[in-house]
Design a protein around this ligand. Sequence first.
Ligand code: PRP
Ligand code: URA
Length: 209
Amino acid sequence: MSKVHVLDHPLIQHKLSIMRNKETGAKEFRELLEEISMLMVYEVTRDLPTEEVEVETPICKTRTRMLSGKKIAIVPILRAGLGMVDGVTKLIPAARIGHIGLYRDPITLQPVEYYCKLPDDSENRELIVLDPMLATGGSASAAISFIKQRNCKSIRLVNLIAAPEGIKRIQHDHPDVDIFVAALDEKLNEHGYIVPGLGDAGDRLFGTK
Ligand code: PRP
Ligand code: URA
């Protein structure tokens, strides 16, 4: 069963509260999403393997540790996942970036795919899927299914806010995928929006409403 990690560091909680405020404009919303994504990825990657290497400091030779194991690819779900990319790549600059374009049909709430381009060697990488909102879980579940079709085995999902319905959906469809969230909210409303949530993440990020 997927583990759910709630990354509720005080800095993350503070920044997320400003994002939730409906008076916060697109510029500040974008900056905060980038900052929180950077703080989150620090914890998301806590268990990455390291290996001992030799380094010569200005003083002497020493043995110290560096990342080893699989390289990383991040996969934002368009559009809103794009807002998390810069924060993550600030800490993992060598990460490859795949893109999956999905939008949620406003009536059926079913994900509709319009784009998918993943790095060629995705199956040899640790995949980190990014999307600020996990509502019904339909979009994230579909994105993870596309990724699995490419034989990728090691996948983590990172969301800013999740509803219990979305968590259940991922745990059911993809029990091998761990989920990292900044906040676990109460429920979905009748339109499939997270309550209390922050509204439509894509629209707030890109100022389209
Ligand atoms: C939002 C959000 C997720 C999805 C979550 O995207 O960014 O991808 O909804 O809902 P779900 O868990 O019920 O699938 P949206 O469809 O609004 O597209 P956008 O990012 O292009 O605005
Ligand atoms: N997508 C969003 O952007 N916000 C929600 O609350 C639910 C889905």
